[in-house]
Design a protein around this ligand. Sequence first.
Ligand code: MSP
Length: 528
Amino acid sequence: MPKAFYVTTPIFYVNDVPHLGHAYAALGADVLARFMRGCGREVVFSTGTDEHGLKVEKASREKGFASPQALVDETAPRYNALWSKLAITHDRFIRTTDADHKAVAAKFWETVAANGFIEKRQYQGWYCVHEETFWPEGQLQQPGNLCPDCGRPTELATEENYFFKQTAFVERLRAHLEAHPDFVAPALRRNEILGSYLNAPDGVHDQSISRSNFTWGIPVPGDPSQVIYVWFDALINYITMAGWGQDDARFAKVWPADVHIIGKDILRFHAVLWPAMLMAAGIELPKKVFGTGLIMNDGVKMSKSLGNAIDPNDWIERFGADTVRYYLLREIPYGQDGSISEAGIVGRYNAELANGLGNLLSRSAALCEKNQVTFTAWVGPQDGDAELLAVAQGLHGRYLVAMENLAFHEALEAVNELVRAANKYTDERAPWTLAKDKSDEGRLRLAHALYCIAEAGRLCLTALVPFMPQVTEKGLANLGYPAGSLFDERGRNQAQPLPQLLAWGVLPAGLSLSKGEPLFPRREAAKA
Ligand code: MSP
């Protein structure tokens, strides 16, 4: 049975209203999932919500809910609603309150305990309620004993907890990172994990993995006075989805995950704690943990508490989901921090989509219609084609490598280079002048030039399918491919796999380019 391609997003805290920063990992995961489906791979794509913990318990009391469950039932669907507006094609929206997840988490705990890596200890430490984490004194920010992650004050607390003996795996984990340089990506994130944790003296501690000061969580097997620490619980979602402990055939097909896409602020949990947990349970490690950068608004991390979050619904309504998807992955190299703005999305849309690809397709469509040009099959290059062909033929390799490496900005840059080359070709060949020559030879010259332009446009649209599923379907329909005939609504290829479609000369004889409705009408920024 061929292995499925398994991609995950983090599971999101339910106490937040989703903003574009949250959507960032889901967008990358969706583009990758659609790309892999387009290549003919079976894909398993999971996302969901992280619903246990003290914060949820407190919030449910403060907001007057009958129970924490009532609160999470009300708030969890917000993410699913946003994902559907953004055309995210996950296979499952997993919630940590789902019955199968609770069973898997308990079984996982029992397995790790039976292997000797869980121990009950008396513990005193500095506890951050917000991060739900105990910190050793040496890691606090001073003055004020502040949490090193969120900067809020911590409290000295004593608990009898279960501990996960994470330190037992430091050597193996370090060796794994050495042997698998792509395990943590991009490279700067790998260096962070090595430098700050695995190679740092005292960089990794045994981890308290249970709590007794609240009850909203999965009970510790054999000790219902404690609940499982939220991070331990949450990370297990990735194997719940894969069927661990429940469905061996599914697990063999889905696990290991090909990539966990997460924000860099939760890298430590995914690149240290999670692999150590898997080693302790005797489960294979995921192939890759990819840490995205943070989305900033004017240089400050976007977050609800800072009040600078862009409402995704507003942008989706005004610019369309496709444009939001395109802009976020085009603007900032995946893996690095970067800012987004209203001026930015409007500027890129107008420059690259309206004036770039849109203009390329609409002016050649007008000429095809006016001169009733029907394409013949590709017969080979003519004088003046070399530059365009070189760029077009380079797209294939460049795009595929970039997509495999989650370098989405680079894949989109390759597309834009072809758009620019094709617009330049159009200006130089001036098909509107060629059209004046009504001789047979003149008509052939015109048809050849328009074929080259349409073929370049087809390549760009095809490469954009995972990024802009809706508009590319319309664009390809203008080229004569009926909607849904190349890719279905989840990006699965219906005819040839995506890489084959990225070859020059695939546009078949008998088609033409029609104008249809404009793909990228110009847009204005909202007046301040
Ligand atoms: N529940 C945990 C994750 C558990 S995964 C087993 C969590 N949730 S979160 O809702 O706080 O964050 C979810 C994801 O959103 C994280 O990857 C985080 O990095 C990401 N982002 C939240 N704000 C962000 C930006 N402004 N920019 C980019 N990503 C950001 O952590």
